[in-house]
Design a protein around this ligand. Sequence first.
Ligand code: AMP
Ligand code: GLY
Length: 425
Amino acid sequence: MKVLVVGSGGREHALCWKLTQSPLLGRLFCAPGNAGITEVADCVPIAADDVAGLVAFAVAEKIGLVVVGPEVPLVAGLADRCHEAGIRVFGPAAAAAALEGSKGFMKDVVARAGVPTAWYGRFRDVDSAKAFIREKGAPIVVKTDGLAAGKGVVVAMTLDEALRAVDDMMGDKVFGSAGDELVIEEFLDGEEASFFALCDGTTAVPLVAAQDHKRVGDGDTGPNTGGMGAYSPAPVFTAELEAEVLRTMVLPTVKAMAEMGRPYTGVLFAGLMIGANGPKLLEYNVRFGDPECQVLMARLKSDLLPVLLAAATGKLGTADPLEWSDETALVVVMAAEGYPGTYRKNTVIGGLHAAGQVPGVTVLHAGTARNAAGEVVATGGRVLGITALGATVAEARDRAYTAVDRLQWPAGFCRRDIAWRAMER
Ligand code: AMP
Ligand code: GLY
């Protein structure tokens, strides 16, 4: 079977790396991919949000399955256009991708399905948003309804901060039309975890959980990023919690979406806050997490391709159970100096081969390309994901940082404390 993976980050490199291990795979394409992905797939220069270009390529190449990495093309209807063209696709149609594309929609769905989550209000004008904030008090959380590249959330510890967020998002439209509507919700305290399940429209199969590190600096300090590192298993996420999240969140959501005529297929990423009163849902994403996907793929022992196909074709109910390594997988993200602010591009990265020689380590690329001289250069903010498996979290972490120290890339940096919560436990 020919497979097309859409995207260019570490998540997509992890998916491609895992798919090449499938005996069912004929040829693997990735659009647009990166320098690391070219080693395992044929990269085609079509942007991940060029829906028409991707569908035309899939039709011309008779692609057997399109696997969509990022949320933007899903929200824009890539899966719908694939269905219309008779191409099988792993990822939700736009009507279901609204679970990530509209936070207000998501909150309405889960509230109606009885999923444990923060209380909330939806607002289309500044005055009523501010009145709600004054009534509820701080701490409180202000979110843009629409996609804002992961930046449209302000966790306001004071009333002033919350009111200012309303002015920025809705008054000044700093995130454009994403701020036409706001969701204002209860501040939840606890420990965050990411849980993943595959869905086929009517049922769901659990994957495993991971924890990531969203802040840029050691000790969880500094601005938010897309994620600076992750590990799985997440010791906070016990088997009991998994069963509870599946029963009280994932399955009721899949049922509610089907009843609304918006069947959910693909991977459902539940962002959880695990507090004193049990787990609560922070958000859904309609894709794998990045860098969580890197550690999930490192731990998955089963063939990935048949289960993605089963999800895409409504056949998860008869799919073989998935097998996972008991080892810990950990990924350290290497970012370009300056990220998540402005950073330099096209700095040369050396030592990649030596890093990949450390036992248990796989070097996954995110923002990389090759220059005219054939050297690997950094092209994005998050650039590499040094992924390691180990018998313990300490071993995985030592292996990953041993590999990091073999890189020659002065313009890059990483956090030095990935998995500190798991190490403390
Ligand atoms: P989101 O894009 O909804 O995942 O929000 C980004 C981050 O904001 C989350 O990973 C949390 O750290 C934080 N966050 C979002 N919603 C809440 C909430 N209701 N209470 C506390 N923190 C939150
Ligand atoms: N690492 C968090 C995300 O992918 O949204």
